[in-house]
Design a protein around this ligand. Structure first.
Ligand SMILES: [Zn+2]
Length: 494
């Protein structure tokens, strides 16, 4: 039972998300250290600035600001001309300076929205702000002691705060999925939740249906997949509803999602803004964002997932279902684009349909089986075009195409080269030759033929199989079936 149906009568769930995304800049937010530390030894991508030594001065990473503005524009936000950084003070051991450089009252952007589809309806969720800050160091806890890895400290971190506009855990998941799509399309984020480069905290409260004011919220952390976002919020909604029904008071607090147990547990009482003693960062100048730069960045925005989806339906005539699957992962859509760009087919819509079918069934199946990313697919888009051309020219049958595709996927060889190397003969298109084989198979299988004539329609497939075997797969099954039926029907049932 989902939260929504359970609470449909008396309670409404209210959810807002705070999403943090590391930005794909080459260097850190306020120093020149490389952000490429994923496979580096601990504490090797560090300098006095990101280690928080006294007396150092930060310098703003312009690319990080550009990425944040691009994201804000893609989320329909307004970009004020004046912005600044602030110090957010808190005493955690992973914060090297004892404060984080973040943005408080004048963020880089405000008042946007994001839309997604829910059961055929468009849901619009307000975006309060998109701002820029720096990531913390990483703590590794062992028994009796903890270690710190400062490589992550100072990595540009963008925060996207939504309005409390979501009304179910499912909506929270859909919002998160859509936001990830947009960030990946923009090229500002890797979108990898499992690696922590994209992270989500959720504020959730409940209220009696029809009540205007919000209930006391809890903040849920540690959700590292779309599924855990939905599960954690379902659990938390039920927990709060049970508490209210039992006459207990919900306290504002931060709770952690424990994936293995499927529960949220209290972590600490939630801070209020004044606990952080925000004040303007004295080591950085205010940011004046010129209108010309904003327009320059707007012009650089790539095609976003919604636009690509619509284009696949209008330009290529693909179904909504296929267009959705092709655009959910940008890399898959990019592959499809390359197939279309390399195609010289006279009928682009027919080619698009065939390319989409082969890509979504066979190629995706092989990619999943070998557990690789689409961007690392050993079958190049040009090789897939080559295969589709061979099919269009009726040089190979569909069955042969599947086998050739598997071989090309494994070896990287071009399909045409495989056809030549293996001496694959063109399909038998000579009608008289096929008729001869059909007659031969019927006279060698009198019993099966009579079974068919007596009404056992399954018997037909057995004969088709015999013919395919005899022609070594070089006949087209649909033509064989047609010829076979015609021949069998010439003789009345016995
Ligand atoms: Zn540094």
């Amino acid at each position: 039972m989902t939260t929504d149906t359970h609470t449909a009568t008396d309670f409404e769930v209210v959810i807002g998300l705070e999403v943090h995304s590391q930005l794909l800049t080459k260097s850190k937010m306020f120093c020149t250290c490389s952000t490429d530390y994923a496979n580096a030894a601990p504490n090797t991508h560090v300098c006095p600035v990101c280690m928080g030594m006294p007396g150092v001065l930060p310098v703003i990473n312009q690319q990080a600001v550009a990425y944040t503005i691009m994201t804000a524009l893609a989320l329909n936000c307004t970009i004020p001309e004046y912005s600044k950084f602030d110090r957010k003070n808190y005493p955690y051991p992973d914060l090297m300076k004892g404060y984080q450089i973040s943005q408080y009252d004048v963020p880089l952007s405000r008042n946007g929205y994001l839309t997604f589809d829910l059961n055929g309806q468009t849901r619009r969720i307000g975006i309060t702000r998109v701002h820029l800050e720096e990531d913390t160091a990483r703590l590794l806890h062992h028994e009796g002691y903890s270690l710190i890895d400062i490589n992550r400290s100072g990595t540009p971190l963008m925060e996207i705060v939504s309005e409390p506009d979501m009304r179910s855990p499912e909506e929270a998941r859909l919002y998160m999925q859509k936001l990830r799509e947009i960030l990946v399309y923009l090229g500002v984020s890797s979108g990898r939740m499992e690696e922590g480069s994209l992270r989500c905290d959720a504020n959730i409260s409940i209220r009696p249906r029809g009540q205007k004011e919000l209930g006391v919220k809890t903040e849920i952390k540690n959700m590292n997949s779309f599924r855990s976002v939905e599960h954690a919020l379902e659990y938390e909604a039920q927990r709060q509803i049970a508490m209210v029904r039992a006459g207990e008071t919900i306290h504002q607090e931060t709770r952690g999602w424990v994936e293995t147990k499927g529960i949220t547990v209290p972590q600490r009482s939630k801070e209020q803004a004044h606990d952080y003693r925000y004040f303007p960062e004295p080591d950085l100048p205010p940011l004046i964002i010129s209108r010309a730069w904003v327009e320059e960045l707007r012009a650089q925005l790539p095609e976003l997932p919604d636009a690509r989806r619509t284009r696949y339906m209008t330009e290529y005539g693909l179904s909504a279902q296929d267009a959705n699957v092709l655009t959910e992962e940008k890399a898959l859509g990019d592959y499809f684009e390359q197939v279309m760009a390399a195609s010289h087919a006279s009928d682009r819509k027919a080619r698009a349909k065939a390319a989409s079918n082969w890509l979504l069934s066979e190629v995706v199946r092989l990619i999943k089986a070998s557990n690789i990313a689409i961007s690392a697919c050993p079958l190049s888009p040009v090789a897939l075009v080559n295969l589709l051309d061979l099919l269009d020219k009726e040089r190979i049958t569909g069955k042969q195409a599947k086998e050739i595709l598997e071989e090309a996927f494994a070896s990287g060889e071009m399909p045409e080269a495989i056809v030549t190397r293996k001496g694959i003969k063109p399909p038998i298109t000579d009608q008289r030759e096929l008729e001869r084989i059909v007659e031969e198979v019927i006279s060698n299988n009198v019993k099966i033929a009579n079974d068919y004539r007596a009404g056992k329609t399954n018997a037909l497939q057995a004969l088709v199989g015999q013919i395919m075997k005899q022609t070594r797969g070089q006949a087209k099954p649909d033509i064989v079936q047609k010829l076979l039926k015609a021949k069998l029907d010439e003789v009345p049932p016995m």
